[in-house]
Design a protein. Structure first.
Length: 85
């Protein structure tokens, strides 16, 4: 298991249900968390008030993904489009 304390962690889709619960756990474990979310289904209100850097954007944007991944030790990819017709 990778020690998460003081690790720079990127969570894509971190403002959604699954992602935001993962973010809370990572912060509790001492990680420095950045969330990338386009807020299509996620909500900023799902994120903890402190301990997280939020970036509004899409995993489909190569420039932002490249920049954020380059600054991360660990990436959790939880972004998904949940479209119900």
């Amino acid at each position: 298991m990778i020690p998460l304390e003081n690790s720079r962690v990127l969570v894509t889709g971190g403002a959604g249900f699954v992602g935001s619960n993962l973010v809370r756990r990572l912060i509790r474990d001492g990680a420095r968390v950045t969330v990338l979310d386009d807020l299509f289904t996620g909500r900023v209100e799902n994120l903890p008030a402190t301990g997280v850097d939020f970036v509004q954007g899409s995993v489909c944007d190569p420039a932002i993904v490249e920049k954020l991944v380059a600054g991360a030790d660990v990436v959790f990819h939880a972004a998904a489009r949940n479209i119900v017709v």
